[in-house]
Design a protein around this ligand. Sequence first.
Ligand code: HEC
Ligand SMILES: [Cu+2]
Length: 367
Amino acid sequence: MSRFREGRAVLARLAAVAAVVSLAALSGCAVANEEQSAVNPAGPSAQAIDVHWQTMLWVGGAVWVIVVAMTLATLIRRRRREGSGGRVTLFVALAGAVIPGAIVVGIMAQSVWVLQDINPDQAAEDGQDQAATTVSVRGHQFWWEVEYPEHGVITANEIHIPTDEPVQVELTSDDVVHSLWVPELSGKTDLIPGRTNTMTLEASHPGTYWGQCAEYCGAQHALMRFVVVAHEPAEFEGWLAAQAEPAKEPQQPPDQPTDQPTDQPTDQPTDQQEDELVAQGREVFMSSSCVYCHTIAGTEAQGRAAPDLTHVASRETLAAGTLPNTRGDLAAWIVDPQAIKPGNEMPGTDLEGQELQALLAYLESLE
Ligand code: HEC
Ligand SMILES: [Cu+2]
């Protein structure tokens, strides 16, 4: 085989490999998790980013097709035409420098414009809709503290916002660098210890949008998830008001025995039995180590190292999107959080039986 033929065979093989790899990469995009898709924008920032992404995809795709077609044409065409030096030089200048240069400058200009567009400081300077709601988010290994400073509300792993209104989000971190990303609503912004970054979240429709820590922050980085819940504005006000309330105190069971004997065997606990269980669970919580890390507003539990549990039962998930918030999963979490999310900051407990049941009943009453 001549040198020339050999070279062509190698080139052809390379082109085939490149084509297969590109197709595989593209199909990877197509099966991306539907819950966190940047190409399914649900707010203005994500929309601007999506337009930019589509531009890069289609322009880049067109360049790729043209280059591959020309490579194949060169491989198939055997004879080199002589005497067309001038045209070749022009072609090299256009296709090698002028056109790629124009594409790169165009895409850069668009990306600068998109960055300006989604920058909250820029929006404020332009006097565009000033954010009426401010949320502070503090990153922790491996969960999110969410505070509404003007309303005295603290929650965790859920950011509730009203629809059709830019919400200013102030970001900082307690330990290492994290990054907040809700692909359907906006781009990523880092949470950095000792400084405050701002971003805007805006959702055009009510719904639940999944987000994710997007900066590797330790063993459980992948289980540092959260949701943004967008409400109609009136519903949002209702949510804020409910969250601003201190925790519901258990009903004290009446001292006088009622006409219904409590030891009567039933499958379902009566309301009174449930109330007693909840009151007992409050005791268990307040006399356990839980109080050193967790706050339950209106009680003596005022720890700040862990998610606020004042309204934990109103949340959709436990441990930053790791588990659904059901009684069974709550029990599994409390008994052995290290088995579920190894390396997280919560130790296990040896509570069991009646005490555990009571604790679960109490936590589930915290709506
Ligand atoms: C040393 C501190 C510490 C102690 C003690 C502790 N926790 Fe936690 N707890 C945490 C941390 C940190 C998290 C968040 C873990 C994560 O998601 O990475 C957490 C998460 C939770 C959650 C999930 C909250 C949510 O919204 O995701 C519940 C419920 C909970 N703890 C209950 C308890 C109970 C009940 C006790 C006492 C038996 C207890 N914890 C003791 C630190 C602690
Ligand atoms: Cu993180």
